[in-house]
Design a protein around this ligand. Structure first.
Ligand code: TRP
Length: 338
C-alpha cells in the first residue's frame, strides 16, 4: 500500500500563522515531495459542533480556508480538497465507530477537555462536540491515511483514531489503517503563541492571531502590539528574551540564526529598543507573508473557480470514501444485498 496523507481544518475562522508553521508548511512540503496521495478536508461538520448557532459564519469560512490553502501552495492537481459535510460516508463511519469508543474515553481526551474549559458552553456541552474525535477518526480513515500532519494539540485525536482502528480491525477484520501523526520537527514551531504572550496559543476566539490574509498595515499593527518584556522600560535597560513573543517569533521565522543571537545578546545587554526588534520581525514576516497574501488576492478574484475546485475535490474524495465504506460494511456484515 502507498503513502496516503490526510489532514484537515475547521472553518471557524481564517487560517493564521500558527496553522502555517504548525501544519500547513509541512503538508505543502509533503505534497510537493510527490511521495503521498494527499487529501485535505475542510471540516465544516466539526466546526458546527461548537458553532452550530452560527451556520453562515461556518459557510463563509469554508471559502476563506479554501483560499488560504491555495495561497500557501496546496495544489488541487496534487491534493484532493473536500468539504466534510458533503461526504455522507463520513457520517456513516462515525456512527459505526461510536460503538467502539466509551463515553469515559471521550471525556478523557485532553484537547476536548481544554476546549470545553475555554469555551464554557452555555446550556451544557453538546454531545456532538464531545464526539468530534470520533468523526475525526472517520475523516482520517475514509482514505486509509497513514500520515496525518497536524499541530501537537491534535495528537490526542490521532491517538483516539488509532484506538478506533485497532478496535475495528480486531472485531471485524483488517480493513482500516492505523495513522501516524506528523508534527513539526522544531519545538518552537509546534505551538506558536498569540501576539499577547507566550502562554496563549494563537486562536480566533482570543483575538491574538496573525492571519495569512492580513494586509501589510494590519501585520505591522499586530507586530507593534506584541507582548515583549514588561520590565524593559527604557531602551538602555537590559531586557529579557525568554517569554518575549517577538524573540519567540524570530526563533521560528528568521532563518539567520546568528543574526537572531546577535539581537538577543544586544537586547539582554540593553540599548536595543522594542520598536527596532519589532521592525526587524515585521520585515522577516512580511517576506514570508507577502507572496502568500498576493496569491490569495489573485485566487479571490475568481470565486467560481475556487468553488469548482471544492466540488471536484469533494467528488473525488467521495469516490474514495465509498470504496472504503463498501469494505467496512462487508466486514461488519451489513452488506445485505451484496
Ligand atoms: N480537529 C482539527 C482542528 O481543530 C481539524 C480536523 C478535522 C482534522 N478533521 C481532521 C485534522 C482530520 C486532521 C485530520 O484543527
Amino acid at each position: 500500500m502507498g503513502n496516503v496523507l490526510l489532514t484537515g481544518d475547521r472553518p471557524s475562522g481564517q487560517l493564521h500563522l500558527g496553522h502555517y508553521v504548525g501544519s500547513l508548511k509541512n503538508r505543502v512540503q509533503l505534497q510537493d515531495s510527490g511521495e503521498y496521495e494527499c487529501f485535505v478536508l475542510i471540516a465544516d461538520v466539526q466546526a458546527l459542533t461548537d458553532n452550530f448557532e452560527a451556520p453562515q459564519h461556518v459557510r463563509d469560512n469554508v471559502y476563506e480556508v479554501a483560499l488560504d490553502y491555495l495561497a500557501v501552495g496546496i495544489d488541487p492537481a496534487r491534493t484532493t480538497v473536500s468539504i466534510q459535510s458533503l461526504m455522507p460516508a463520513l457520517s456513516e463511519l462515525t456512527v459505526y465507530y461510536l460503538n467502539l469508543v466509551t463515553l469515559a474515553r471521550l471525556e478523557r481526551n485532553p484537547t476536548v477537555k481544554a476546549e470545553i474549559a475555554q469555551k464554557a458552553f452555555k446550556g451544557g456541552v453538546p454531545a456532538g462536540f464531545v464526539c468530534y474525535p470520533v468523526s475525526q477518526a472517520a475523516d482520517i480513515t475514509f482514505c486509509k491515511a497513514n500520515v496525518v500532519p497536524v499541530g501537537i494539540d491534535q495528537l490526542p485525536m490521532i491517538e483516539q483514531t488509532r484506538e478506533v482502528v485497532r478496535s475495528f480491525n480486531g472485531i471485524y477484520g483488517e480493513v482500516l489503517v492505523e495513522p501516524e501523526a506528523l508534527i513539526p520537527a522544531d519545538e518552537k514551531s509546534q505551538r506558536l503563541p498569540g501576539i499577547t504572550g507566550n502562554d496563549t496559543k494563537m486562536s480566533k476566539s482570543l483575538g491574538n492571531g496573525i492571519y495569512l490574509a492580513d494586509d501589510r498595515d494590519t501585520l505591522w499593527a499586530k507586530v507593534r502590539q506584541m507582548y515583549t518584556d514588561p520590565g524593559h522600560l527604557r531602551v538602555s535597560d537590559p531586557g529579557s528574551v525568554e517569554g518575549n513573543t517577538v524573540f519567540t517569533y524570530l526563533d521560528v521565522f528568521d532563518t539567520d540564526a546568528a543574526q537572531v543571537d546577535g539581537l538577543k545578546e544586544h537586547y539582554r545587554r540593553g540599548g536595543l529598543g522594542d520598536v527596532k526588534v519589532k521592525e526587524h520581525l515585521f520585515e522577516v514576516l512580511d517576506v514570508e507573508l507577502a507572496p502568500i497574501r498576493e496569491r490569495r488576492a489573485e485566487f479571490a478574484k475568481d470565486k467560481a473557480a475556487v468553488l469548482t475546485m471544492l466540488r471536484e475535490g469533494t467528488d473525488r474524495a467521495n469516490e474514495v470514501a465509498a470504496a472504503t465504506l463498501r469494505e467496512v460494511r462487508a466486514a461488519m456484515r451489513i452488506d445485505y444485498f451484496g
